[in-house]
Design a protein. Structure first.
Length: 151
């Protein structure tokens, strides 16, 4: 197969990708939703993460949005079309939030999924957390040294 050939995105191709991931990991939309309810239920009670969820008025709508996101990320369904970076921008997140989120995510994933399913979700969660953290938290660089007059 020539890797430079682009494959059109079709419903059939998405379904095949999803079936392959499900066969390999045991993940499906039902298991992902159960995981999300367990994980975000715990996150809402967490002393570090809980305050970030205080503004969520429609929890069922939020879970539906999260399910769409994680189904797209983990199962390759392609159904999510939101903007996660923008959605998290107003939360004033710190590195401690990301560390705690990942620790709780890992603990819950290992309890809810097969070993292969947890590994699949954790690889994606780590990538997403890294991307969000880099995009939302300004990098603290040391000040530039003072420039003297040009000789």
């Amino acid at each position: 197969m020539n890797p430079s050939i682009a494959f059109p995105e079709t419903a059939e191709r998405r379904a095949a990708l999803t079936a392959e991931v499900t066969a390999r990991t045991g993940l499906d939309e039902v298991s992902i939703e159960a995981f999300l309810r367990a994980f975000y239920g715990a996150a809402r009670e967490d002393e570090v993460l809980g305050p970030a969820f205080a503004g969520v008025a429609d929890w069922e709508g939020h879970i539906a949005n999260l399910k769409s996101f994680w189904s797209s990320v983990a199962l390759m369904t392609g159904g999510y079309h939101g903007q996660p970076m923008q959605a998290h921008r107003a939360l004033a997140l710190t590195p401690a939030h990301f560390a705690r989120w990942l620790a709780l995510f890992e603990r819950t994933a290992r309890a809810c999924f097969t070993e292969a399913g947890a590994a699949h979700m954790l690889e994606r969660a780590r990538r997403i957390a890294r991307s969000l953290e880099m995009g939302l938290i300004p990098l603290q660089l040391p000040p530039r040294p003072a420039q003297g007059p040009s000789a």
